[in-house]
Design a protein around this ligand. Structure first.
Ligand code: ZN
Length: 291
């Protein structure tokens, strides 16, 4: 029994930001970004190579830092070592380090090299940092945080939607709900319909910033099987029970009911598909308040 946003599907169904797995070495980076193309230099102009290579190196450094290969407070290998490891020029390595610094993962410190910053300083809104954090988050703490954020944003948007919805809005949302009902036997199709339904509520709310922030972060998490879990058609049907109440509350102009139901829907869906019991005290507190 599950609900929303939960799906059992192979990883390759959903591609990551660049459509490829983040490379773990320069060799794979070179393959991934297609640097070798001597037959048609016009298609792969030389001046772009260092920039793309620097991005690939930066992505790999992000992944290794997030994975804990370089603990907080430790120094990254020096430029010469990184040049050798990635078989890249100093220009490429410096640009990659600048990217990692811009993401809040490291800071250049006079006389000490490039130092890894604490987790709290990382830019989790950046897709590469967020994806790496989800990938290496065995405790699922970042996904618990994400659910907490979704509950806060989406319940508020559901309340606003109930206040603002026109008859046409309510009709359009009901059509999106019916699409989730039609897709219940196919968890992959249901995931798409579910995302469209939640976006429909966000659109009616009129809060463009909450809508885009919620959609971007949820889309990134949705590339992770840790977030999607295992979903059955029964789970999809359970989710649709919540969707039906949300539509009714919004159509009836009931902001409190819409907010409460959205909270319960998102939280209970996560509790059903979460592989282990949460240890995050904030989440437990949230459950007591809202469920
Ligand atoms: Zn849903």
């Amino acid at each position: 029994m599950h609900s929303t946003c939960v799906i059992s599907m192979p990883r390759n169904v959903i591609s990551n930001t660049y459509g490829v797995k983040p490379p773990s070495t320069l060799d794979s980076a070179v393959v991934a970004i297609g640097i070798e193309n001597t037959s048609n230099p016009v298609e792969k102009p030389w001046p772009k190579r260092p920039r793309r290579l620097a991005l690939a190196v930066s992505d790999d450094l992000v992944d290794r830092i997030v994975a804990g290969q370089f603990p907080t407070g430790s120094a990254l290998p020096n430029e010469a070592t990184l040049c050798e490891h990635y078989r890249a020029s100093r220009t490429v390595i410096r640009e990659a380090l600048q990217s990692a610094e811009a993401l809040g993962l490291v800071r250049a410190q006079q006389g000490q090299g490039t130092i890894v910053r604490p987790f709290e300083d990382w830019d989790l809104l950046n897709p590469v940092v967020l994806a790496a954090t989800v990938r290496h988050d065995a405790e699922l703490a970042i996904l618990d945080d994400l659910i907490d954020m979704r509950c806060a944003l989406e319940s508020q948007m559901a309340a606003h939607a109930a206040i603002r919805a026109s008859a046409e809005d309510a009709e359009a949302l009901r059509a999106l709900y019916e699409a989730t009902v039609s897709a219940a036997d196919d968890p992959v199709a249901h995931l798409r319909a579910d995302i469209a339904f939640h976006d429909g509520v966000a659109r009616i709310s009129g809060n463009r910033l909450s809508r885009i922030a919620d959609a971007k972060i949820t889309a990134e998490a949705s590339r992770s099987m840790r977030y999607l879990g295992e979903t059955t058609p029964d789970d999809c049907r359970q989710a649709n029970v919540g969707h039906a109440v949300i539509v009714d509350c919004i159509a009836a102009g009931d902001p409190d009911g819409a907010a409460r139901t959205m909270n319960e829907h998102i939280f209970s869906s996560w509790m059903r598909r979460r592989p282990s019991k949460p240890t995050n005290p904030r989440l437990e507190e949230f459950r007591k308040r809202h469920c």
